[in-house]
Write a protein that binds this ligand. Sequence first.
Ligand code: 5GP
Ligand code: ZN
Length: 114
Amino acid sequence: MECLFCKISKNEIPSETVYEDADVKIFKDIHPKAPVHLLVVPKVHIQSIAHLEADHSDTITKLIYTAKKVAEELGLKGYKLVFNVGREGGQVIDHLHLHLLGGWRGGEERKINV
Ligand code: 5GP
Ligand code: ZN
């Protein structure tokens, strides 16, 4: 299945990529909701957290670990990691993705609605 994020992860559609390896691509959200707003996307097409199977556990571990490594490299001391699950959970793109949000300063508002 070739969805938008499948195409972005194969570089068929351009994105502002900050990290890429054989399994994961991390790129800037086109409509950022925080000073730093990245999407951490597995290259394999999985629709959502609700569609995970037992053999996807390595993929999830890798997404979170890669998000942590990139956050560290960007110097983010704190951040939020968010999975929207299904329409009722605010998911619009039906390809699993982890939102990485951060970069707020001292007293800045940290409320997010991704
Ligand atoms: P969701 O609501 O499905 O959890 O999040 C999808 C995210 O993808 C949204 O924050 C939206 O701004 C972002 N997005 C949608 N289309 C594109 C696109 O073509 N390129 C990039 N970089 N981000 C996109
Ligand atoms: Zn896909």
